[in-house]
Design a protein. Structure first.
Lengths: 317, 538
């Protein structure tokens, strides 16, 4: 147990270091973007004097390292500054959106993870059967189409016929049931996109183990095929499966830009796209940092869970 | 011993698939087993022993099929029985003990969970009853801490203990028949004795019938009432153990008896200075010390056998000599000059002088390279050979290891037998023209007849080239066959060293005595007498 805590502390420290490096990259990468916010904001009214005045007001005249430092210390306290475009605090802008994005990610994960695990386990159990081939072919087809295409197909089938809304109008007063109903199509799109990867890893990880002597031993003890897969193969296959699930969960949070735009879903991805087009660099930076944190945190969780599933690692030290 | 017939196998043919072809693994084998009887199944690898053992459970491995003959277990035809019926028998009435307990226990579950699985799933007893029963069986098999050992994971238990825990697991439902598939082959001799004694005692106590599969005649002589000898899927000879040991009939059986014919001629004592000296070497893995103050010398043209059980540090000495593990104290001298402790600091010529041959030829050869590339690389790297000179050298080396260059030079390792692969390992070591070759358990993965061929080849090369061998092994029969000098190691220390006659002639050090007395003999009463003698001296 002490070893586990030490490992978590170590990974957390590494995660913080990673985030620090990411923050440097984000800040200075956005610095390199062409164009100047002050002149964009002023548009027609941009004279050299007004631009200089606005730059001073926005703090854009300070040297980059100073601005980076101010930004970082602010971000650490949850203060990402104000939106350069509409002067509202970025933290407020993001808070509601972040909740929506996490809701959609969890919704899609709640559909996709059990589906992928069950399909993967059954495909491994009946490998090379018609079911196995159909599941593989279906999952690969779903992953091969671009997300927006899947999304529009679903809109065509399920929204045109009036079963589900094609635009997600979630407001703070929506009930949980309403949210589930309205967000069904984006969640289904995401499910179709991420299931294949997790399912195929589950199947491969289990089949990889089926030649192990302890699997033969279980067969020679008269155990049923389902029990062999669930009790003898799956526990040893969990580490790679957990890692793939973590990567896909991170994708559900950070990779949903296209799906959010198609369904007009009020999440972080859409906000990011808007902010990029408005050159609202401060918002882009904040969102990028949140996305990076999601990746780091989910991978840390995956590492810890994989360790927990392995008694050899658990009892060491 | 002449109770009712429990298992009857008639004209059994099992085929295995290689690509598109089906080839016969068993070619019409008969086997009859009575209740409470132990039959020994002997043969080299590939003889079909395990296939026959598994067939007794109505089981054929993936890629194999039972194509003719009958298997009747207690009136049930296992060839026609449904999977359901067979599942009901397996683990309950017929159980299996595998060769490698470490690989055959599931690493994710505690021993007790794996023990209780069969009795609970087959509805023989409740989980609580199974746990109680397990403790009694663990005790009967003389496992330490029987109350508590079941609550450990497989990786927390030693190999010999795991093998006994697996026997306990097989006995959980008190089966009528247990298949033991080489249960002690992977164990040290001293551990083997404990496991053999425990298995024999438990099998007798519950009057269980057993099929005991092994390639070691001396082991089976201790365990079996009758012996069946298999060669390439066919029965060669079958008889009562004592009758067969006294008078083997078939020619093949006689060759098995005489397999330890090879005996290296005694060498005169060394006159030259030592070629390689290990001086007061201590070494550790991390903080864990593994070698303490180890010293010995290796002379040109002589073979030094380093003997000890697993964990005694014998392979670690080889790692120190080759510079893979720099020692924490002491040094290694080559021809009187100190070698840098780390291989990265050694010159190419120093590296060339000392080559290794490994235990698992399978994993020590790159499967994607042809023999020309495998043997040619050290010759090109150390000696700078190119073009025609290199080709000639590779061919000469293949001839030295008695493989025809024309037919072998472009083959891949997968196109070779186990013994041929080990010969390639030897050729690769020779290609560097070394003075010292370290052989790390080079024969222990091979059948006895193949082993003999490798030992003869090594001996021939030694007298032709004046090589010094350091031969790491746990097999004392190999030591008797090839060693000039012997170093006995235990717990990282040298407990005895000297010339072979000195070490093998009584009086012995206590540990050497234990090792020597633990080597099974062809006498069926050997184990009984040894256990009685040890009990008396305690």
């Amino acid at each position: 147990m002490a070893a586990l805590i030490r490992m978590i502390a170590q990974r957390l420290a590494l995660g913080v270091l990673t985030l620090f490096i990411v923050s440097v990259v984000i800040f200075f990468a956005t610095e390199l973007l062409p164009g100047d916010l002050a002149s964009t904001l002023l548009g027609q009214a941009a004279t050299p004097e007004t631009v200089a005045a606005l730059r001073r007001q926005l703090g854009l005249d300070l040297p980059a390292p100073v601005r980076y430092w101010n930004w970082l210390t602010g971000a650490l306290q949850g203060d990402f500054g104000v939106s350069l475009a509409n002067r509202r605090p970025i933290a407020d802008l993001i808070a509601a959106r972040l909740g929506n994005t996490i809701f959609l990610a969890l919704y899609a994960a709640a559909l996709a993870v059990p589906l992928a695990l069950i399909l993967g386990i059954l495909a491994a159990l009946w490998r090379n059967s018609v079911f196995d081939r159909a599941a593989n072919a279906g999952a690969l087809t779903a992953i091969s189409f671009p997300e927006f295409f899947v999304a529009y197909i679903l809109v065509l089938w399920l929204a045109q016929s009036g079963y589900f809304p094609s635009m997600v109008r979630i407001s703070p007063v929506s009930t949980f049931g309403e949210k589930l109903y309205m967000a069904f199509l984006p969640a289904l799109t995401l499910t179709l996109v991420v299931t294949a990867h997790m399912m195929r890893m589950t199947r491969a990880a289990i089949i990889n183990l089926m030649a192990q002597p302890y699997i033969e031993m279980a067969r020679l003890k008269g155990m049923s095929p389902l029990r062999i897969v669930l009790r003898h193969a799956l526990p040893n296959a969990l580490a790679p499966i957990i890692n793939v699930i973590a990567i896909n969960l991170a994708y559900l949070i950070t990779g949903v830009v296209v799906v959010e735009v198609v369904f007009v879903y009020p999440g972080l991805g859409q906000l990011m796209v808007d902010s990029v087009s408005k050159r609202d660099i401060a918002v882009v930076q904040a969102i990028a940092l949140i996305f990076a944190s999601a990746y780091v945190l989910l991978n840390l969780t995956a590492d810890v869970l994989s360790t927990l599933t392995n008694p050899r690692l658990m009892s060491k030290g | 011993m002449t109770g009712e017939v429990l298992l009857e196998i008639r004209n059994l043919v099992i085929e295995g698939r290689a690509g598109e072809e089906w080839s016969r693994i068993l070619r019409g084998v008969n086997l009859t087993l009575h209740r409470g009887e132990v039959v020994g199944l002997i043969g080299e690898s590939g003889a079909g022993k395990s296939t026959l053992g598994l067939a007794a459970m109505g089981f054929a491995r993936d890629g194999c099929r039972i194509s003719a003959g009958s298997i009747r277990f207690d009136g049930i035809d296992l060839r026609t029985a449904s999977e359901r019926v067979k599942r009901g028998l397996r683990g309950k009435r017929i159980a299996y003990v595998a060769q490698s307990a470490a690989a055959s226990f599931n690493p994710s579950h505690k021993l007790i969970d794996q023990y209780a699985e069969a009795p609970v799933t087959h509805g023989v007893m409740s989980r609580a009853q199974a746990e109680k029963d397990a403790v009694a069986l663990y005790e009967r098999l003389r496992l330490p801490n029987p109350e508590e050992i079941g609550f450990r994971y497989p990786h927390q238990v030693s190999g010999g203990q795991l093998q006994r825990a697996m026997t306990a697991m097989a006995m959980a439902c008190r089966p009528d028949l247990i298949i033991f598939d080489e249960p002690t082959t992977a164990l040290d001799v001293t551990t083997q004795i404990e496991v053999l004694a425990a298995i024999r005692d438990a099998v007798r106590a519950f009057d269980t019938a057993a099929i005991y599969i092994t390639h070691d005649l001396a082991v089976v002589a201790q365990m079996a009432d009758r012996i069946t000898i298999l060669l390439r899927g066919e029965e060669v000879e079958e008889n009562d153990t004592r009758a067969m040991l006294a008078a083997p009939r078939a020619a093949y059986t006689k060759t098995l008896w005489a397999v330890r014919r090879f005996q290296r001629a005694d060498q005169p004592p060394p006159r030259e200075a030592p070629l390689l000296s290990v001086r007061k070497v201590s070494a550790s893995y991390g903080k864990k010390p593994v070698l303490h103050d180890v010293s010995f010398d290796l002379y040109p043209g002589r073979t030094l056998a380093v003997v000890g059980e697993s964990g005694s540090g014998k392979s670690t000495v080889a790692r120190v000599i080759t510079g893979l593990l720099p020692p924490s104290a002491g040094e290694v001298m080559l021809e009187g000059a100190s070698l840098p402790p780390d291989y990265r600091a050694r010159t190419r010529d120093q590296l060339r002088q000392c080559q290794m041959i490994y235990q698992m030829a399978d994993t020590a050869l790159n499967p994607k390279l042809t023999l020309r590339q495998i043997i040619g690389r050290p010759a090109a790297m150390y000696l700078g050979l190119r073009g025609r000179a290199l080709e000639a050298r590779i061919r000469a080396l293949l001839e030295m290891i008695e493989l025809d260059p024309d037919s072998f030079i472009d083959r891949l390792p997968s196109e070779l037998s186990g013994g041929q692969k080990q010969r390639i390992g030897i050729a690769r070591a020779l290609a560097a023209e070394p003075k010292v070759i370290i052989c790390d358990e080079v024969t222990s993965a091979l059948d006895q007849i193949v082993q003999e061929g490798i030992l003869r080849l090594l001996d021939k090369l030694q007298s032709e080239l004046g090589l010094a061998y350091m031969f790491i092994t746990h097999d004392l029969a190999t030591v008797r066959a090839i060693a000039d000098d012997v170093v006995v190691m235990q717990h990282g220390r040298v407990v005895e060293q000297g010339t072979k006659p000195e070490v093998f002639t009584p009086p012995h050090q206590p540990y050497t005595e234990l090792l020597l007395s633990s080597v099974p003999r062809m006498d069926p009463d050997w184990l009984t007498n040894l256990l009685a003698a040890r009990a008396a001296s305690d």
